[in-house]
Design a binder for this molecule. Structure first.
Ligand code: FAD
Ligand code: UDP
Length: 373
């Protein structure tokens, strides 16, 4: 007999398992249909002993001290500032677009003020910013939009930026200085021994039972539990009653190269050429020293495992119908990127799980994150 059955051992499920077991002394069964814990943040050593992220690059960053402190109980960190180059017009230039991007691309020597004047002259100001196209054209104009964003976004999402909510391309800012970091959050770090080791520490508790290779449908009739936490796709839980929610899928092609360094940046984006969107070289992220190096190519796909909810108005409307159904389903909590159909980063999912735990436990969120039974 378990107090909670938790479906999915990614961030959402693992944070809740940890909190329920450690802070409320609840008996938890956490299951995953994959053969490992960690969800999409799972990392492992490949055949050559190089630490890789099976489901694409995961870089931890947050502005929340609460979330960073909470996770710090389960891992030491390696400070890491992420940097990305985009392959545009045959050159590798910094993305997010910054002063060096413009100068290198156009052979200029603009100052920050000059860059501002230049972008003001090419930006097409839009009265309302509702789509991903509006965001970019409004700030950098059509030419830079086409060089950096249009092709990448069409490839990544299978639709034009004009059909996607503003929040998608708004993730990538414009900088009028030479700061070439991908993120500017207060806390930017990688778990020193990898994400999987961190998840192992979270779930290492006598109240927690882990069952892998186990689908919810196959397990639900076999186990006794009082409440359910579901972190898989919400439309799947309700047997697609209102039709399937669209997700964007990815195929990952992992390669190992017999040289210490493969490319000049941790991630290289390919907005316009090739079928893949980006190439990640893991050793930059993990700091591992090794004579060989492993990389992953990401190929966006229409079919396959769901990786990204697709933020656009009709999908949000469909999700709202499932959300209403979820609200009317007592004893089941829907948490995480797939269950709440939100384009969330890892820290946001941790925050959402901590809020759910605060609600369940009746504690204030800050106290809920740190409480021990
Ligand atoms: P998931 O990690 O998807 O976990 C859900 C789990 O539930 C899965 O393991 C799944 O197998 C399991 N499951 C689903 N249905 C069932 C079922 N019926 N029965 C049993 N098990 C089930 N975030 C960042 O902060 N930084 C990044 O750099 C970053 N990069 C990313 C790169 C890519 C390519 C992707 C796809 C995402 C990235 N993210 C990044 C986002 C990050 O992966 C998510 O925010 C986070 O992993 C979501 O955690 P989750 O627990 O909600 O979902
Ligand atoms: N994007 C783009 N060109 C780039 C980088 C990003 O057009 O070089 C757009 C694209 O639509 C992408 C979105 O911005 O999906 C968000 O980028 P991010 O790197 O945050 O994507 P994620 O890491 O979540 O896949």
């Amino acid at each position: 007999m378990f107090d909670y059955l938790i479906v999915g051992a990614g961030f959402a499920g693992s944070v809740l398992a940890e909190r329920l077991a450690r802070a409320l002394d609840k008996k938890v069964l956490i299951i995953d249909r994959r053969n490992h814990i960690g969800g999409n943040a799972y990392d492992c050593h490949d055949d050559h002993g190089i630490l890789i992220h099976r489901y694409g690059p995961h870089i931890f960053h947050t502005n929340s001290e609460e979330i960073f402190s909470y996770l710090s109980r389960f891992t030491p960190w390696r400070q890491y500032q992420h940097r990305v180059k985009a392959c545009v017009d045959g050159r590798l230039v910094p993305i997010p677009i910054n002063l060096d991007t413009i100068n290198e691309l156009y052979g200029l020597q603009l100052t920050p003020k000059g860059m501002k004047e230049y972008l003001d002259s090419v930006a097409e100001k839009r009265e309302r910013i509702t789509t991903s196209e509006d965001v970019v054209i409004n700030s950098v104009g059509r030419e830079l939009y086409e060089k950096f964003f249009r092709g990448y976004t069409r490839k990544q999402w299978g639709i034009d930026p004009s059909e996607l909510d503003a929040q998608v391309t708004a993730r990538v800012p414009v900088r009028y200085n030479r700061d070439d970091r991908y993120f500017i959050d207060t806390f930017q770090a990688m778990p020193a021994h990898g994400f999987t080791r961190m998840f192992e520490q979270m779930l290492d508790h006598e109240n927690i039972t882990i069952m892998l290779n186990a689908d919810y449908r196959d397990v639900v009739e076999e186990v006794n539990f009082s409440e359910l936490i579901f972190t898989g796709p919400i439309d799947e839980y309700f047997d697609y009653r209102f039709g399937p929610l669209p997700y964007r899928c990815l195929e990952f092609k992992h390669e190992t190269h017999h040289k210490p360094v493969y490319q000049p940046a941790p991630v290289v984006n390919y907005p316009n050429e090739y079928a893949y969107t980006r190439v990640t070289e893991f050793k930059y992220l993990t700091g591992q020293e090794h004579p060989l190096t492993s990389v992953v190519y990401e190929f966006p796909r229409a079919e396959g495992d769901p990786y990204y909810p697709i933020p656009r108005p009709d999908n949000a409307a469909l999700y709202r119908k499932y959300h209403e159904l979820a609200d009317a389903t007592p004893g089941v909590h829907f948490v995480g990127r797939l269950a709440t159909y939100r384009y969330y980063n890892m820290d946001q999912v941790v925050g959402q799980a901590l809020s759910t735990f605060a609600k369940i436990s009746g504690k204030k969120r800050g106290a809920a994150a740190m409480a021990l039974a």
